[in-house]
Design a protein around this ligand. Structure first.
Ligand SMILES: C[S@@+](CC[C@H](N)C(=O)[O-])C[C@H]1O[C@@H](n2cnc3c(N)ncnc32)[C@H](O)[C@@H]1O
Length: 240
């Protein structure tokens, strides 16, 4: 399915029937060849928006480290990633070592853990996350935003890509509603659950949750000439 080197339909089904962590452990060796890996077309403008050198950055739900590879050349001291899945972190380590373009003297930290439980205290200048909001349930979003806020130094920035809620009855809206319905049924019938839902942290919802924590939001549109014209780059800045 997808790329020739990606998972087969049967493998994807096995992963979806596992827990979120186990599912990603199974998917890890083939994850780079799935459409779930955030494409560089989205990551490069994000790294450019971070701009000049910074000391420390942390990518949340880093998976196989795609954003870490984009950010590493501009991190002077530390590029860190946190993820639930040790399998994904192992791949991230392998790919970071193999990627000549992202080599630098900065320390690489790969942390196995839950972003909802992370307790970093004013440690990072920049936090990022890509392709992972679907794993944070609606009622967990404020807790997530509170942990992000605490992890950043005063004036620190949280950068991510999302999009506005598509019109009701559009293709994207129907796809997400149908997919989410199937996941709710799957999770009601099979334990442990696989937490993944679409359109949960839209631009509108992100603004509501992050402004509640005191972030100031700037929304940019660097993706108009890419295959993702609806995507928006959000830079949420913590107060000084
Ligand atoms: C779709 S992948 C995206 C990976 C990477 N950010 C990318 O864009 O290529 C989602 C990742 O989020 C991780 N994840 C899901 N829930 C998490 C949580 N609560 N804490 C930390 N990682 C989580 C999964 O293990 C998986 O690696």
């Amino acid at each position: 399915m997808f790329d020739r080197r990606g998972p087969t339909f049967i493998e994807l089904a096995q992963q979806a029937l596992s827990s979120t962590t186990k599912g990603y452990d199974l998917l890890a060796p083939k994850f780079e060849y799935t459409p779930f890996r955030t494409p560089d077309e989205l990551l490069i403008p994000l790294a450019e928006a971070v701009g000049g050198p910074i000391d420390r950055a942390l990518d949340l739900c880093c998976g196989t480290g795609a954003a870490m590879r984009a950010l590493r050349p501009i991190c002077r001291k530390t590029i860190a990633g946190i993820d639930l899945s040790q399998g994904m972190l192992d791949e991230a380590e392998r790919l970071l070592k193999a990627d000549d373009a992202s080599q630098s003297d900065s320390e690489v930290r790969l942390i196995q853990g839950d972003v909802l439980e992370m307790d970093f205290d004013e440690e990072f200048d920049v936090l990022t996350t890509c392709g992972a909001f679907g794993h944070i349930l609606h009622h967990q979003q404020d807790q997530f935003a509170e942990r992000v806020h605490r992890a950043l130094v005063p004036g620190g920035r949280f950068l991510f890509v999302t999009g506005p809620m598509p019109p009701v009855a559009s293709r994207a809206w129907w796809f997400s509603r149908t997919f989410n319905g199937i996941m709710h049924v799957r999770n009601a019938l099979i334990k442990p659950p696989f937490i993944m839902f679409y359109l949960t942290f839209t631009l509108e919802r992100a603004r509501e949750v992050l402004e509640r924590q005191g972030f100031q939001l700037e929304v940019r549109t660097p993706y108009e000439d890419t295959p993702y014209p609806a995507a928006r780059l959000v830079i949420a800045t913590k107060e000084l």
